[in-house]
Ligand binder design. Structure first.
Ligand code: COA
Ligand code: ZN
Length: 309
């Protein structure tokens, strides 16, 4: 059956509160984060990455993650929420705060690991494996990012074999979802198709997720290539907020609204209401003091004006 005639469900993790906010010039307060997460949940987003337990010196924007986790557990006990943790120290902090799901972050090149988490590739691999094993043993859900899985801003194209080998090791260490991340937004659909074919030999398609940035306007095309390859789990960021502070040139993530629009118009179900996502973008624009939104934002807003609630 072709993708255009299916009614299959796709699962979206909105990463705006973490990947989005870690890179903003304007510092936002905890109240705004809680509001954004609540609005995403109200829009029907089933999974949200709500923060990171990382060094506050490295990423000051994530310093309030413990408070965010505790509050969200009270406010939204039924929503799936995760936090990024780079090491066992981060896991301990996550557990103390009451986090139920963690994501480790392993970059596929030597230099990117050093820039991002001050570890060699081998050290990062060991830290990721140890963190995944400890998290699983403690009954937490787990995701593992394989970052710079297409190109590295420092080392150029990442070898497919390396990405596949790391993804396999993440799966073997207990990762329930392996997230293939185009950290700098340089992938193209042909590359996505080819890499996912190789990756599917190492990790079942149902356990693979993709994470695209829209630096070159190919985020939606790449997501389509992933859909056609059989992937049903996607990261995206409401309003396209995002970028990695340690990866020069990385723009925001594929916008959740672009992904939802494309998927729903093509016969997939996301469970997400676009009008409510627009409300979340309005709130985020006010807080971040700049225009936000993916490629479809102007059209979506015009539609909203024509069909007022
Ligand atoms: N959360 C919070 N603090 C942490 C931590 C964590 N996960 N891991 C280590 N620390 C603290 C240490 O306790 C130490 O604190 P101190 O200076 O008060 O004694 C300090 O950070 C340095 O610890 P060290 O083990 O020497 O780490 P480092 O300086 O080599 O930094 C990381 C390693 C991973 C903590 C740091 O590079 C980091 O947080 N990177 C985050 C990258 C990120 O979020 N990137 C974007 C998302 S992909
Ligand atoms: Zn990212």
């Amino acid at each position: 059956m072709s993708a255009s005639t299916t009614t299959e469900v796709i699962h979206i993790t909105d990463v705006a509160p973490r990947d989005g906010l870690q890179n903003q010039q304007v510092r936002t307060d905890t109240a705004f984060k809680l509001k954004l997460i609540q609005m995403l949940a109200e829009a029907g987003v089933g999974s949200v990455e709500i923060g990171a337990f990382v060094s506050p010196k490295a990423v000051p924007q994530m310093a309030d993650t413990a408070e965010v986790v505790k509050s969200i557990n009270d406010l939204l006990p039924d929503v799936r929420t995760s936090v990024l943790v780079p090491n066992l120290k981060g896991l301990e902090l996550a557990r103390n705060a009451g986090a139920r799901e963690i994501a480790v972050v392993l970059s596929a090149t030597e230099t990117m690991n050093r820039k991002n988490i001050n570890m060699s590739l081998q050290q990062a691999l060991e830290a990721s494996v140890a963190t995944l094993q400890a998290a699983s043993a403690g009954g937490m859900r787990t995701r593992a990012y394989v970052a710079v899985a297409f190109d590295c801003p420092f080392e150029g194209e990442t070898p497919t074999d390396t990405v596949v080998a790391l993804a396999r090791q993440m799966k073997e260490a207990g990762a329930q979802e392996v997230v293939i991340a185009d950290t700098i937004g340089s992938a193209s659909p042909g590359m996505v198709k080819e890499r996912l074919k190789a990756l599917a030999q190492a990790v079942p398609l149902a356990e693979l997720a993709v994470h695209f940035h829209d630096t070159r306007g190919m985020g939606a095309a790449n997501a389509w290539a992933a859909l056609e390859a059989g992937v049903r789990r996607f990261d995206a960021s409401v309003g396209g907020i995002g970028g990695c502070p340690f990866a020069p040139g990385a723009a925001g993530n594929l916008a959740t609204e672009d992904l939802v629009l494309m998927a729903e118009r093509s016969g997939f179900r996301t469970g997400i209401q676009l009008d409510k996502l627009l409300s979340a973008i309005d709130v985020a624009e006010a807080a971040l003091q700049r225009p936000l939104g993916g490629r479809s934002i102007a059209w979506l807003r015009r539609q909203r004006e024509r069909t007022p609630a």
